[in-house]
Design a protein around this ligand. Structure first.
Ligand SMILES: Nc1ncnc2c1ncn2[C@@H]1O[C@H](COP(=O)(O)OP(=O)(O)O)[C@@H](O)[C@H]1O
Ligand SMILES: [Mg+2]
Length: 316
């Protein structure tokens, strides 16, 4: 372990989740410094490649959310530099980041996913928005949930209770992406389930129950202190928690992820677990569920970060 002493945390990025990433990056940097690891924090910009070449760290710890960090591009660049890094490989990131593709894969594994349709902006232009919206509501039923087919932090995501509200939700959604994923709105209890692998194989962390005060887990509810209540352990029965844990483990394995991930699910009133999405760069801020779950499992967040970095270092 003594061999690891220089880590570069990548945080920020050009995405709507810049601020969250800066917070997550700070959290990881402080956690590593507590154990005596020398840490630098850098953003992803035109100076990065020179910096990596001139002053190479031993390990890169990317803590970038949204397209900048989760669509695989930055990992592809790190592969090109030959620099060891924490987290999933580019192809796995690309797959997990594309929500409809990840859902299809999970459905193939027998996991329940929300019924839905993915439509590009052009379809609404070309085919006529009113007719298409009617068809969506008829086919999927109300209420609906609209979100970009790739994205994060609930940007451009909204519940929809009537066909009249659907167009505004789609307009908001297309501000964040070129295609909208329109889904049946799943009712139940939302859980975030972290999976951690520091060398002995992936292990699920205790699920965290998420109860936003306004009922919607949007950006404000996520990052404003006190706007959301978190329960860990979650207040569900053991069977439901075991099923949610199983879904997170299936996602981590099926999507080919590495080191850490977080899967978002909703447990319906019938106890069925519905898969929403998996994140390859889960939030690591003070209010994020992954560090919360690690603490609840009796893990020291500093040790978790150091073990992840050390494992990447050993991979070389
Ligand atoms: N089909 C759905 N039914 C009900 N709520 C949903 C649905 N899809 C997403 N949500 C809600 O929206 C939030 C954001 O959706 P998610 O797919 O996790 O995207 P991201 O976190 O990448 O923005 C979820 O945490 C959940 O609260
Ligand atoms: Mg999510």
């Amino acid at each position: 372990m003594a061999d690891l002493d220089r880590v570069l945390v990548l945080a920020g990025g050009l995405s709507p989740e810049h601020e969250v990433s800066v917070h997550s990056g700070r959290g990881v940097a402080e956690a590593l410094r507590r154990l005596g690891v020398e840490v630098q924090v850098a953003d992803v910009d035109s100076t990065l490649l020179d910096r990596l070449a001139q002053d190479p760290p031993q390990v890169v710890f990317p803590v970038l959310h949204g397209s900048a960090g989760e669509d695989g591009a930055i990992r592809e660049v790190l592969e090109l530099t030959g620099m060891p890094y924490v987290g999933a490989r580019p192809g796995a990131c690309r797959l997990a980041y594309a929500k409809p593709a990840a859902k299809a894969l999970m459905a193939e594994r027998g996991v329940r996913v929300p019924r839905g349709a993915t439509l590009p902006k052009s379809a609404f232009h070309d085919l006529g928005a009113p007719a298409l919206m009617d068809r969506l509501a008829n086919r999927l039923g109300l209420p609906l949930f609209v979100k970009p087919d790739r994205g994060g932090s609930a940007f451009g995501a909204a519940p929809v209770t009537s066909v009249q509200d659907l167009s505004a939700a789609l307009v908001a959604c297309f501000a964040y992406g070129d295609a909208a994923l329109v889904e049946e709105q799943v009712q139940g209890t939302e859980l975030a389930v972290g999976v951690l692998d520091t060398g002995d194989g992936p292990v699920a962390l205790p699920p965290v129950e998420i109860v936003p005060d306004g009922g919607v887990y949007d950006y404000a509810a996520r990052y404003t202190a006190g706007r959301t209540e978190f329960f860990c352990p979650a207040r569900l029965d053991a069977d439901a928690l075991a099923a949610a844990t199983e879904v997170a483990m299936t996602a981590h394995r099926a999507l080919g992820l590495r080191d850490l991930s977080r899967t978002d699910v909703i447990v319906g009133e019938d106890g069925q677990v519905v898969f929403l999405e998996t994140n390859v760069a889960p939030g690591l801020t003070e209010t994020s569920t992954f560090p919360m779950a690690a603490a609840s499992a009796g893990l020291d967040f500093s040790v978790v970060c150091r073990d992840l970095a050390h494992q990447a270092f050993l991979r070389g």
